[in-house]
Design a protein around this ligand. Structure first.
Ligand SMILES: Cc1cc2nc3c(=O)[nH]c(=O)nc-3n(C[C@H](O)[C@H](O)[C@H](O)COP(=O)(O)OP(=O)(O)OC[C@H]3O[C@@H](n4cnc5c(N)ncnc54)[C@H](O)[C@@H]3O)c2cc1C
Ligand code: FES
Length: 294
């Protein structure tokens, strides 16, 4: 057995910061590089790391960039103590990183499938990693779709990157916001199935779940990746179910609170499952079973 202490983070320098959104719950993307090159990690889309502000605290974050893009990135929404301190850091400052943790998305099993990436808010962080991975291996996959929602257009992250993917024809992109803004096509949240869907429109006012219904996302030879706030995941799964999707075709990530990240403390477990080790990626069929077994 290795006598390495798994709780000791490796030191990394912040080499770039992108201000994705502003406001009370602003999002910043941090690009980091290990000081000691021998600490560099191999990771899969969907895996996570514990990121620490030295002497202050640490939190779990999805790795928000694909391993195919050659950089280690985390996209952090400011919600509390640790995330606030991370947002105060600047390029050249140091953070601690331990990981990668978790299972990641089973991208090898998905080859040949049409994929619907469905993201809400900061849920776009893990989705960005797996979406860019799939786009970078596009010949292995079928049609690609992104449905990405936020409260307002100012709350959408990764704007330039997603615009570039869309303009390059790599993926069909539909953006949704909750609050009406000029130029955004209004969908009917009360009667999602009756909402008139204009395929030429890329920007909608309506919930993510409404857009899923209005688009009539087809379950044929397809799978869906849904990440975001619990209510958005629940309602989007409901929309897919009405369109004939099976639980096994739907993947999501769970964000239970975590402390150790390595299956030791029991903070994250649901029944006999440790989300930090066995997840955070699960099919909806697995999530249902875990909740039943509790
Ligand atoms: C597997 C996993 C992946 C995650 N990926 C990301 C990511 O890519 N980007 C990102 O910004 N955040 C992500 N999170 C959530 C992130 O870990 C928390 O936002 C962070 O720990 C909050 O720390 P804090 O000290 O700033 O907040 P605190 O001061 O501890 O809490 C502030 C508020 O945030 C809530 N909160 C704290 N932890 C969580 C959590 N795990 N899930 C939901 N709400 C929480 C608290 O209930 C409280 O309302 C992820 C969490 C997990 C478990
Ligand atoms: S976070 Fe400690 S067991 Fe999962």
């Amino acid at each position: 057995m290795s006598d390495e202490n798994h709780y000791i983070p490796h030191v990394a320098e912040i080499t770039g910061i992108m201000q994705e959104t502003t406001g009370e719950r602003a999002v910043k993307t941090f690009k980091v590089a290990f000081k000691d090159k021998s600490a560099e990690i191999k990771f899969k889309p969907g895996q996570t790391c514990m990121v620490s502000v030295f002497g202050k605290g640490e939190s779990m974050f999805a790795i928000s960039q694909s391993p195919t893009r050659g950089s280690l990135e985390f996209s952090v929404q400011r919600v509390g103590r640790v995330t606030e301190m991370l947002h105060e850091l600047e390029v050249g400052d140091e953070v601690g990183i331990r990981g990668p943790y978790g299972n990641g998305f089973p991208v090898e099993q998905w080859k040949g499938k049409n994929i619907y990436f469905i993201a809400g808010g900061i849920g776009m962080a893990p989705v960005r990693a797996v979406m860019n991975y799939v786009v970078d291996n596009k010949n292995d996959y079928g049609e690609l779709h992104l449905i990405y929602g936020a409260r307002t257009s100012r709350d959408l992250s990764f704007k330039a990157e997603i615009d570039a993917l869309e303009q390059g024809g790599a993926i069909d992109v539909r953006r949704t916001i909750d609050v009406e803004e000029p130029g955004w096509t209004l969908l009917d949240n009360k009667n999602p199935e009756q909402s008139k869907f204009d395929p030429s429109s890329r920007k909608f006012t309506g919930f993510v779940a409404t857009t899923v219904s209005a688009m009539k996302c087809s379950p044929d030879n397809a799978l869906a990746v849904i990440c975001g706030p619990p209510i958005m995941i629940k309602t989007s799964i409901g929309s897919l179910a009405k369109l004939g999707w099976k639980d096994e075709q739907i993947y999501t990530t769970l964000e239970n609170k975590m402390k150790c990240g390595i299956g030791k403390c029991g903070r994250c477990n649901i029944g006999g499952v440790y989300v930090c080790v066995d997840g955070p990626v699960f099919t909806y069929a697995q999530v249902k079973k875990m909740l039943n077994d509790q």
